[in-house]
Design a protein around this ligand. Structure first.
Ligand SMILES: *[C@@H]1O[C@H](CO)[C@@H](O)[C@H](O)[C@H]1NC(C)=O
Length: 383
């Protein structure tokens, strides 16, 4: 309940601030050119401040990930972008889940009518048992309810188990568009296409569908508040031909691994290869930005403290790539040793601001964060 109460309080105070800004904006707007900073405050776009704050799976530190509740809370907190991961249903609808395996974040296991759908298959080379989105129609998906992925670390979120449905991509766009009006600012959408090769190989390719959905909703070119991300390579190159929307190349934390499509193509290309100055120059031919695991920027020492920054940011900036590392999270479980709190619990909140400041000092352009409110407080007013 704390989460819901906080949402309401933030809504009220944020609305109050916005009302004041609108009055100030209108008043100054009468006497000053349209470029005055007060006027711009009411028009804040998702790329106007640095670092760009991308609400990872919504405000997933507070509400079960990839739900309209998690996205809405992120927007109320002031996040620049909401980040849905996209998978696809049997009947070709894009829905938001981190995995096509439904058991991790839904109550599918307690639906006896779906027991017979349980099966095993290899996805991107990993053998998985469970229930898969590609075996369910959207109508069936809508009978499920979401649950918290990591209830041990986020017990507060688990209290909201059963509260939300799985949203479609279109429902997320509709939420963003309606909240842009109430929040009086442009809110960005930052989807990741999950398991691209897997879905292509079973006759459910996602790339054109994602692009067509954006285009038909008026998101048309590189000035639109959109990035499309993928851990694979060739689907991004394919997207480059289909759209002028901005693309982001993701990098797995283990540099020796290969993008799933590159394994299938037997190219030998690893994320390490893509992280060198030459590799980044290749990526810059199709992408506007790179999303590395944060270890590419500041690796950890053996004792799990932060080490020294690498040249990754400079190398990326040299070829005009923005750098948006993932994932920043407030709980001890995820923090470098020196930023953990005295409370030894893995679920206790440590000093995320301290960790973030190190990355801001290193020159990042944006962050994927589960607790966007903390990042926003650190960033402060920026216009
Ligand atoms: C990737 O990097 C390794 C190590 O430097 C190198 O041996 C290999 O040829 C590179 N592969 C590609 C496809 O660039």
């Amino acid at each position: 309940m704390l989460t819901l109460k906080m949402t309401k309080t933030k809504l009220v105070s944020f609305t109050g601030i916005v009302v004041i800004l609108v009055i100030v904006g209108v008043t100054i707007g009468l006497a000053a050119p349209a470029t005055s900073s007060a006027r711009r405050l009411t028009d804040r776009g998702p790329d106007d401040c640095t670092p760009v704050i991308i609400a990872h799976r919504g405000a997933s530190g507070y509400v079960p990930e990839h739900t309209l509740g998690a996205y809405a809370l992120a927007i109320l907190m002031g996040a620049d972008y909401v980040e849905p991961d996209l998978v696809i249903t049997k009947d070709g609808h894009l829905i938001a889940r981190h995995d096509n395996s439904l058991g991790l974040t839904t109550d599918v296991a307690s639906h006896p009518e779906f027991a017979h759908r349980h099966r095993s298959q290899a996805i991107d080379g990993i053998e998985l048992s469970g229930w898969f989105t590609e075996d369910f129609t959207l109508d069936e998906i809508k009978t499920l309810r979401t649950v918290e992925r990591i209830p041990d670390i986020r017990p507060g979120n688990a209290r909201l188990d059963g509260s939300f449905q799985i949203p479609t991509f279109q429902e997320i766009i509709d939420l963003v568009k309606s909240m842009q009006i109430s929040q009086r600012r442009t809110i960005g959408i930052y989807p990741e296409i999950k398991h691209s090769s897997h879905f292509k190989n079973i006759g459910l390719p996602m790339e054109e569908l994602v692009v067509n959905t954006f285009h038909s909703n008026g998101y048309l070119d590189s000035s639109s508040p959109v990035y499309i991300q993928s851990f694979e390579v060739n689907n991004l190159k394919e997207l480059k031909k289909l759209t002028n929307l901005r693309l982001l190349q993701l990098y797995e934390s283990d540099k020796s691994t290969q993008p799933a499509d590159q394994i299938l193509l037997n190219t030998g290309l690893t994320y390490y290869n893509m992280s060198t100055p030459e590799g980044l120059a290749e990526v810059a031919k199709y992408a506007a930005a790179v999303g590395p695991d944060k270890g590419y920027i500041i690796p950890r020492n053996d004792d799990n403290t932060l080490g020294d920054p690498t040249t990754f940011i400079q190398d990326a900036h040299a070829v005009n790539l923005k750098v948006h590392p993932y994932t920043f999270r407030a709980e001890n479980s995820f923090l470098p040793e020196e930023y953990k709190s005295d409370n030894p619990s893995e679920s206790a909140s440590g000093n995320l601001k301290g960790e973030l400041q190190k990355f801001i000092d290193a020159g990042i352009d944006g962050i994927f964060v589960d607790h966007p409110d903390i990042a926003l407080r650190l960033r402060g007013p920026c216009l």
